[in-house]
Design a protein. Sequence first.
Length: 543
Amino acid sequence: MGPRPMEIGKLLYVFENFTLDTDRRELRRESDLVPVEPQVFDILEYLLRNRDHVVSRDDLIASIWGGRVVSESALSTRINAVRTALGDSGAKQHLIKTFPRKGVRFVGKVRDDRSSGGGSSIAVPPYDGAHSQLVGAMAEKPHLPFPDRPSIAVLPFANLSADPEQEYFADGIANDIITALSCYPSLLVIARNSSFSFKGIDVNVQRIGRDLGVRYVLEGSVRKVEARVRVTSQLIETESATHIWANRYDANVTDIFAVQDEITHAVSIAIAPAVADAERHRAVRRSPDNHDSWSAYQRGLWHLSRTTPDDNKAAQQCFATAIAIDPTFSGGYSGLALAQMQESGLFATRAVADARISIKELALRAVSNDESDAEAHACLSWALNFDGDYDGALAEARRALAISPNLASAHRALGTTLIFAGEPKQGLVALQTSIRLDPRDPLLPWHLNRMAIGHYFAGEYEAAVDTARRVIRLHPNFPLIYRWLAAALGQIGRVEEARDALDKAIAISSGSFDMYVRERVPWHRAEDYEHMLDGLHKAGWQG
């Protein structure tokens, strides 16, 4: 049995007369235990951890149900159960507020005892006796500056088992995570010898960040009891001692090394998206006048994720700034290429014939600046697919995956190209993998739109409709999805709904609709283009 991931935040949340203990998984009203089902507990914990923003239906499904299909009524029942446990209701909404068509948010005043203690610290069991000489040397060591890309140290995991022989298992997991994270081109990962120098020492994470020059620290613990093992891990931003992400993994031990591999894989694929999200928000908080090339690039990604014409212009300015600051930084060229692709392919404010040349030149420059940059190869894959070169696009996506096997953008590039190259079912598998690797990507509507296209090309019209509806829930003004919703509904004879979707496709962005239906874009095969037109005609389009 493989590990079962469940996001947790190792905190004691206190609100009104309630206390939520995430380690004990207990909810108490004053001293009384409040009985709640495990899934209800998970939802409450998730809402508390994400209380700074509205949590969407899809956020809850991805985190609590692992992305499985869940009905609206089942989700509403669980949220109502959370409210009932807290003495709240849909009418009162004094703790959990519903925002129509957006989601829910925990709005009560919350305190966590970890953050009120003056910063997080890492405590691990003693290792090999006194560490006074090492601690003294640390006190004399100058602080290292943060590098120009996200940096992370994986500390040795604490062995909480009664058996000291399990030390090797805890060390093995931390060591394997270091190796796995080193495959991500966007991360600077501190080597084992440096990060393991903190083993057995109780040191504040802010100090670790300064001594190693890292913005993020991953720490964790391992507890093994008979045939069960539990591994917890949490990612912390060192400057503020803020918890960015946390997980717990439970598994049955049949083959200890197989379990170690599975847990290592699960942790490592979650870290890069969590760091990327934190970096985007950090860049937005900084003044535009105080940007280095990396933060200008991250600010550009943040604007790009908002998918509006004005944000697209702002994103292009940020990427141009990144290039001006450092002409050798491949990320600036990749970002600018993706922004121009969005400008042309989504908003239709730039001619495809013009954009395809510029996009390819930018992507080629990104790769030439750094042949080992998997993100640059993934971007070149997008650019070649945009130009209708399926073979070249597939080759570049596979080069990116050879460098970084768990890179979500490379799986997306591979899946998208396969869909447009006439292999939609294979493409859907690759896109599903990309979403599994980065389930909270702010550009998720884009990726789901391509999944709707894949279902449509495969003749799976009901699945195309379901996926399109999910995109619309996430982003009701996303202009491309209504065209595919109309075509899919037309194919299954739901004409009235199809006409409504068709009207919205034209009303939201007539320029985008015209670009895709008046003539064939380079990345559409002739037969796929005719297939799309057939669905639109059945939906009532007279063109």
